[in-house]
Design a protein around this ligand. Structure first.
Ligand code: KG4
Ligand code: ZN
Length: 344
């Protein structure tokens, strides 16, 4: 029997991207993302500017998502929005908009956890994608790596998440962004380091590796050691960074990716799980993707990596999570409010 058509509008505004998407069951119909360039010159996201930009962008972004999906508001089955974690002023814009829309259309409202949504991106069906990979099977071990989080999450079944380990200090994306700042690159640093590293020597410099119990991560020691290393080297040669930019990026990226890949491998092996994946903004990193492919080949894992546009912040992942919550009738009332810190 064919599933009844369920149209969900997803809204994401947790950080500096305003996004809206429409999904028909698991199949994505539109995914609009408005990036905020205003933060570039400040070397990081300025919360006050982010919420103002969301305020300006939200209506046109939602209208574009609906028109590209070729559906009317009154066809929507529910509205799903990112409730947290994230910047409160940013989250409030998407939350308030979603509440207003659900009220005016008298349709259910669904709250979504941003990091759960990054993982759920694996279940998005994209008819434009050449890669018709099946979604992951359960149990699924996922490395979630973004600007604010680094976690090993066990997904036991649909919407059942257990965090097995996480970072005790900085997130992986944050480490990339902080190195970028030290090197005088603009925000966000991850994509630029990825690009520069592609023509550098990853064995040029060696950085220390933390030794932590379980599946915990730490990137603050690595960041400090790079900072001292750069201070020492630029004292000896003021042009050190300029002359070794690619090698610094490649060596740093190698150190971060080693930590991520080894921890995911250990978590999967020790828990007897064959289906692994990666989610979150840092999963756009080309070297991390390459290393995961190698790992899967060596250890015979079934690897899942979402399409590039569903790795960094987007509303398609909010819409797919909303769809699964809709099936369970997991709705919230209009008294709901956004939360900056939200447990998984
Ligand atoms: O998931 P995301 O879009 O936003 C958060 O929820 O934080 O992740 C953003 C993070 C930023 O730190 C950015 O530098 C990093 O993902 N990032 C990358 C790459 N693309 C984005 N890091 C390394 N390599 C990349 N290609
Ligand atoms: Zn994110």
């Amino acid at each position: 029997m064919k599933a009844a058509p369920i149209y969900i509008l997803g809204i994401e505004s947790s950080c500096d991207d305003t996004s809206a998407a429409v999904i028909l069951n698991e199949r994505i119909l539109s995914n609009i993302v408005a990036n905020q360039d205003v933060h570039r010159r400040f070397g990081g996201v300025v919360p006050e500017l982010a919420s103002r930009s969301h305020q300006e962008n939200i209506v046109p972004v939602v209208e574009l998502a609906l028109s590209q999906a070729n559906i009317r508001k009154d066809q929507l089955s529910a509205v799903a929005f990112t409730r947290g974690p994230g910047l409160l002023g940013s989250l409030l814009v998407g939350t308030s908009f979603a509440k207003g829309l659900s009220m005016s259309l008298s349709i259910p409202l669904i709250d979504v956890h941003h990091m759960q949504a990054h993982i759920m991106a694996h279940w998005i069906e994209d008819s434009n994608s050449l890669d018709h990979q099946q979604p992951p099977s359960y149990p699924f071990m996922c490395l979630t790596v973004s600007g604010g989080h680094t976690q090993i999450v066990l997904v036991k079944e649909a919407l059942s998440f257990e965090v097995l380990g996480e970072t005790i200090d900085d997130a992986a994306g944050e480490a990339f962004d902080k190195l970028a700042k030290m090197l005088g690159l603009s925000y966000p640093g991850g994509p630029q380091i990825d690009q520069l590293a592609s023509s550098g020597n990853m064995h040029a410099f060696e950085f220390p590796k933390p030794n932590l119990p379980g599946y915990q991560f730490s990137f603050s020691g690595l960041k400090t050691s790079v900072l001292y290393f750069l201070q020492k080297k630029t004292k000896e040669d003021p042009d050190f960074i300029k002359n070794h930019l690619q090698d610094i990026c490649a060596s740093f990226q190698h150190a971060v990716v080693n930590i991520l890949v080894e921890t995911l491998d250990r978590a999967a092996t020790e828990n007897g799980i064959k289906c692994i994946g990666v989610a979150g903004g840092v999963s756009a990193n080309s070297y991390l993707r390459k290393r995961l492919v190698q790992l899967a080949e060596e250890k015979d894992y079934q690897l899942h990596v979402p399409k590039f546009e569903y790795c960094t912040d987007n509303a398609a992942m909010i819409a797919i999570t909303g769809y699964y919550k809709f099936l369970k009738k997991d709705f919230v009332g209009h008294e709901i409010s956004a939360v900056a810190r939200m447990k998984m």
